[in-house]
Unconditional design. Structure first.
Ligand SMILES: [Zn+2]
Length: 566
């Protein structure tokens, strides 16, 4: 819309008589905006604070400094005084799943359900609006929140849903819970394998009872058996999930998201939205690690939409699963499950192949790694594949980097590998993480401070919809290491806390760096994009325990409000 306005103004300037030109003057005058606030935290070391910022109609920052000076230098500018509000660079979530977030709007929300009965009550309420026979989808259950703390079974769901297929993803996305009708919907060969025997798919696990029957729980690679039995989503619905997810993101102060696993079909959806000018924020897409996505990137080169809101220059790989479902690959047994060391979803050799191919194509590699073995394998593979190029500007990343071996912590800085971490994972996992790995290994888990002290760079995110999309919760978790109630007092392993400034940096400039975008976003400086958030409070002034109560007044991308608090 702004583009059309500019064209008209140019035409007027060239062709029209003086009266019309005079009418056009206010529009010309509004080309520059001078924003003034109680303070602007730029996250730019050269000029950390300012009270005003001028940007043009293209959303490019022209100047930062004192309000009077800027208004004097841009006498025709539109003045936007936001009073006591604080301005910070637009927040960037370095690891989220936009379609998944949008889908939460179309799935039963089971996050925080305190029992199986609670799950069933929520499912019944949600199913009331569903057409007969349609799959009932849900996500967010966590058996650790229930009294019995054991995996549920299909029979638990069959009581309420004997006919309608029900398929519910666990909170970490690494296990699913199906009812019998859903298991009946898989193809015949698979169905036969579910009723008896001990067959297991690659990189996954079907939980079976003593008779060899699938119980209804499918871990990691086994989830695909149910996913593929579901009817496929049409293109319009797929675009709607992206649009819903992006809208939720800007409402929470995000101006950028690194979408950690985008299929080619999803990229087409994003492109369609970008072409129509319907992307309210910037998406840095990581190609879903199948060979098709990497092949497409290699064939076409790194991708950037001309509008500046969509890029794909990374590939997402997975080395292991998650800690909650004991799928994370550990060097030693789980402390609460003797004999189980989790799963590698890719062999080191397969990962070397994929990473080498990415390197040849100039593609950034971002690998999901949770367990200490998973992280070690990834660091080993990166070291081997990068070779002498490890000091180059590769910016390869490890997503999550949750449980590390002590010896691997300095390797992040040595190899130039970015630790892409999610503060809310630590505070969600803290009640049971030490059960999984014991009191010794937990010292090297969620070790933000140790990584920073060793020279590592942290890009912060949320892993939404696994956690909330709300970055205030991430800032809060990073700076307090407590739950929403402030427990445990003083924080869980408080030596790993970040300062509020470090946390903000992780959600701004370091997240931008992790997406090769620090020249345009992540900090506010002349020549960069006017992506910023107006907050009622100053996040660097309030006590860290109040970071989750910051009020987002507005979100701006390219100098334009994409969200205003109603
Ligand atoms: Zn993720």
């Amino acid at each position: 819309m702004r583009k059309a306005g500019r064209t008209i103004r140019t035409m007027l300037g060239l062709t029209v008589a003086s009266t019309l030109l005079a009418m056009a003057m206010p529009a010309l005058a509004a080309e520059v905006t001078v924003l003034s606030a109680a303070r602007i935290h730029t996250m730019d070391a050269a000029q950390p604070q300012a009270e005003a910022m001028a940007f043009d109609a293209d959303g490019r920052i022209l100047a930062l400094g004192e309000r009077e000076t800027l208004l004097a230098n841009y006498p025709d500018a539109q003045s936007l005084d936001v009073g006591d509000a604080t301005v910070v660079p637009g927040l960037i979530d370095a690891h989220g799943h936009v379609a998944g977030l949008g889908l939460t709007q179309m799935r039963a929300d089971l996050v925080g359900a305190t029992s199986k009965d609670d799950v069933l009550a929520r499912l019944r309420a949600f199913a009331a609006d569903l057409p007969e026979g349609a799959w009932l989808l849900g996500r967010g259950w966590d058996q650790n929140d229930w009294p019995e703390r054991t995996f549920p079974t299909a029979a638990d769901l069959d009581v309420a849903f004997p006919d309608r297929p029900v398929w519910l993803t666990r909170v970490d996305g690494h296990a699913g819970w199906a009812n019998t009708a859903a298991m009946d919907a898989v193809d015949q060969d698979t169905r036969a394998r579910l009723t008896q025997g001990d067959w297991q798919p690659d990189g996954g696990r079907i939980v079976r009872d003593a008779q060899g029957r699938a119980t209804g729980i499918f871990v990691d690679g086994a989830m695909a058996l149910l996913d593929s039995a579901m009817p496929e989503m049409d293109a319009a619905t797929a675009q709607r999930t992206l649009a819903l997810g992006m809208q939720m993101a800007v409402e929470h102060g995000l101006t950028g998201v690194h979408d950690a696993g985008v299929s080619l079909q999803q990229l087409r959806g994003y492109q369609a939205l970008a072409d129509r000018g319907e992307m309210p924020l910037r998406v840095y897409a990581m190609a879903d690690g199948d060979s098709a996505a990497l092949a497409w990137l290699c064939e076409n080169g790194v991708y950037a939409h001309p509008g500046g809101r969509l890029q794909m220059r990374a590939v997402k790989l997975y080395i292991d699963g998650a800690l909650g479902s004991r799928g994370a690959a550990m060097t030693e047994d789980y402390s609460d499950d003797a004999g189980n060391r989790g799963l590698l979803l890719m062999s080191p050799e397969q990962m070397v192949d994929a990473a080498a191919r990415a390197k040849d194509c100039g593609v950034q590699v971002a690998t999901h790694a949770i367990g200490d073995r998973g992280n070690k394998v990834v660091l080993d593979v990166y070291e081997q594949v990068l070779g002498d190029d490890r000091t180059s500007d590769h910016r390869w990343r490890i997503e999550h980097a949750q449980i590390l071996a002590e010896a691997d912590i300095p390797r992040f800085a040595q190899l130039g590998v970015i630790a892409s971490m999610q503060p809310t994972h630590a505070t969600s996992d803290m009640p049971w993480a030490a059960d999984r790995v014991g009191s010794e290994r937990i010292q090297w888990a969620y070790a933000w401070r140790k990584l920073r002290d060793a020279g590592g760079r942290l890009a912060l995110g949320s892993d939404f919809p696994v956690e909330s999309v709300d970055p205030r919760l991430g800032l809060y978790a990073a700076a307090t290491r407590t739950d929403a109630q402030g427990m445990p007092a003083g924080g869980w392993m408080p030596q790993e806390k970040l300062t509020s400034w470090e946390a903000l940096r992780g959600f701004t400039s370091d997240a931008a760096y992790a997406g090769f975008a620090e020249d345009s976003v992540g900090s506010l400086a002349v020549g960069k994009r006017a992506d910023f958030v107006l907050l009622e409070q100053d996040p660097l002034e309030v006590d860290p325990s109040q970071l989750d109560e910051l009020d987002v007044l507005a979100t701006y991308v390219d100098g334009e409000a994409v969200y205003r608090r109603p």
